[in-house]
Design a protein. Structure first.
Lengths: 413, 192
């Protein structure tokens, strides 16, 4: 930045908009006083892809594959929430076996998403060896996803009324092997993320979101839970087979006995949820192994299913706890081939406004880790411009990242 | 009333009917059996007169001061625009949460409704989105500007609308449209 003096004590830094190839485009405008953030504002939608508009011109089965492309990481939650909404409208009963299979996929997605996030968080503070270690663990999760669904990312496992692929007995050893690998490495990751000095320095007391703000700004998922809000759709309003499984809300006080709502607490929640997801998959695999083989979808003939859906009239919502929080899909069918209305609400939509109180009072160098702590798409730090005396100076994502790494080094001295 | 005195779904509906009389209509309690043990998933739906919408939300917050606003959906049908506001209450305990959906119908001739941002600040993005996607006007919205659609998108064109005000033309023939009226773009200095 220029060393030139100015009468104005604060100036504005726009962060974003972002690379159009990435999925959660957002632009923030920060009012800063030197290094400290005084206020923040948010601008969204730089790459709105009109997914909902397109969905209203597709039949419900086609929408599943479109919904899968809303988000690369939550490529199971979105089509499944749409399916849940349509099942409510049409009164479709999902076979028992499919309810457990749905849980396995949902929790596997959570493991892959949380470990991906943990790697990104490590990278943001300049701890790249942990990034590679974490993603090595995640890779095993993706291998298992590929083994179970045929794909690593866009899984195409969802069907209205069930799922498309079963887990047979001969697949169980591979699942157990992966889960045991994940469990073995979980301890190592927990030690690094929760006990390492570098992580603690950068995350404790940083990016605080109070419980009051979390509730008022409608935060969801680990972002809300880290602030002490017990909110998890899996427990609150169990769907799939979650009502039959043994698990509870993960809030930071489970581990530390207190809730601070800072970045460190958000790390705790996500890490413990990885362990929880491993447990949930194990519980489901146990049930599935002891269950006789049976239907995994209510109506296997697509043409028949579509014919049934063409006749339904009504509206419904489908809610799921995605890795980042509550996903909600609203669908209105009116006796035609296509949904009359479809609204998608991803968790980041609600977790954007909480960034403002989190970042207020923090330093510019904390933007990457605080922003990353809500697990949005980090692409928004792709390009940063400093507006100074009416002139702009562009900061690349790399330069902003350098600032963050420098702060870590400074604290280490 | 608070979380210590949770009401049953039917009692919730009755409390709204009692409080708002004819301003609340078409009430429906859905009980969806879910999972192997057929646990009940409860969704309540009701249509609310737009003049009472803010008071309805206030009343909801007396039932549960931590009421969660998820999002608003919406569509236009015939001569009206319907906004469905999705809330949930009683979360925080296993299986206790109830989803409540308030439908508010706005005539196309005067598609206005009141903001609830003073009650629930997190509703801002959702209200902004309904303004730009459906062409409604939210009274007293704290930040009256576009959020998802860029500032260079034509006015009086709303992507979710199904009538003549829709944006289908924009979707099909982008290359034919001079979609950036110069007057609407704020002047910016070149990057250094």
């Amino acid at each position: 930045m220029s060393a030139e003096t100015t009468e104005k004590s604060t100036y504005k830094i726009p962060i974003g908009p972002i690379h159009p190839a990435l999925k959660e485009p957002v632009m923030f405008e920060f009012e800063v006083d030197g290094e400290r953030i005084v206020d923040a504002d948010v601008y969204l939608g730089h790459v709105h892809r009109t997914i909902e508009w397109t969905g209203m011109r597709r039949n419900p089965v086609q929408v599943l594959y479109l919904a899968e492309r809303i988000c690369g990481i939550c490529s199971y939650c979105h089509p499944m929430s749409f399916a849940l909404a349509v099942e409510r409208i049409a009164g479709i009963k999902v076979p028992e076996r499919a309810e457990y299979l749905r849980v396995v996929q949902a929790e596997l997605e959570r493991i892959c998403s949380h470990t991906l996030w943990a790697g990104v968080a490590a990278h943001e503070i300049g701890f790249d060896s942990v990034l590679f270690l974490t993603w090595q663990v995640r890779e095993k999760g993706l291998d298992l996803t590929e083994y179970l669904t045929g794909n690593r990312i866009t899984k195409a496992i969802t069907q209205i009324g069930g799922v498309r692929r079963d887990i047979t007995k001969d697949m169980v050893p591979k699942i157990e092997e992966t889960l045991s690998f994940l469990k073995d490495n979980f301890g190592k990751l927990k030690k690094i993320f929760l006990d390492d000095k570098t992580f603690k320095m950068r995350s404790q007391g940083t990016g605080i979101l109070t419980k009051k703000d979390a509730l008022e700004l409608c935060a969801v998922g680990p972002t809300a839970r880290a602030s002490g809000v017990k909110k998890d759709v899996r427990v609150d309003q169990p769907y799939f087979a979650f009502g039959e499984l043994d698990f509870d809300y993960v809030t930071p006080d489970v581990l530390t006995g207190e809730v601070n709502g800072d970045v460190y607490d958000r790390i705790i929640v996500r890490l413990l949820e990885v362990k929880q997801s491993i447990d949930l998959i194990e519980q489901c695999v146990d049930v599935l192994s002891g269950m006789p083989e049976g239907d995994i979808v209510a109506e296997p003939k697509i043409a028949k299913l579509l014919n049934q859906l063409k006749k339904v009239d009504g509206d419904g919502i489908g809610r799921m706890e995605a890795p980042r929080g509550e996903v909600i899909h609203y669908v209105k069918m009116d006796g035609h081939e296509h949904p009359y209305s479809w609204k998608v609400r991803a968790p980041t939509y609600n977790n954007i406004l909480p960034w403002i109180p989190m970042l207020r009072g923090e330093q510019i160098a904390d933007i990457p880790i605080v922003a990353a702590s809500t697990d949005p798409c980090m692409s928004c730090t792709n390009r940063v411009g400093i507006v100074h005396n009416g002139k702009r100076k562009m900061f690349t994502g790399e330069q902003l990242h350098e600032l963050s790494v420098e702060k870590t080094r400074r604290l280490m001295q | 009333m608070s979380r210590d005195q949770k009401l049953s779904p039917e009692e919730i509906v009755d409390s709204f009917k009692k409080e708002f009389a004819k301003k609340v209509t078409d009430t429906k309690v859905e009980r969806h059996p879910i999972g192997p043990k057929k646990n009940e998933m409860i969704h309540i739906w009701m249509t609310v007169d737009r003049s009472s919408y803010r008071d309805v939300v206030k009343h909801l917050m007396t039932l549960d001061e931590e009421a969660h606003f998820a999002v608003s959906s919406g569509y236009d049908i015939e001569n009206r625009i319907e906004i469905i506001n999705h809330f949930s209450i009683y979360f925080g305990e296993r299986g206790e949460e109830i989803s409540i959906n308030f439908k508010v119908a706005l005539p196309k001739s005067d598609p206005t409704m009141d903001s609830i941002c003073d009650l629930i600040p997190g509703a801002l993005i959702s209200e902004q989105e309904k303004q730009e996607m459906l062409g409604i006007k939210v009274n007293n919205i704290p930040k009256d500007m576009r959020v998802f659609i860029s500032d260079d998108f034509p006015e009086d064109m709303y992507p979710w609308r199904k009538d003549e005000m829709n944006a289908d033309k924009m979707g099909r023939n982008l290359h034919e449209h001079d979609k950036i009226p110069a007057a609407k773009i704020p002047e910016k200095e070149d990057d250094e």
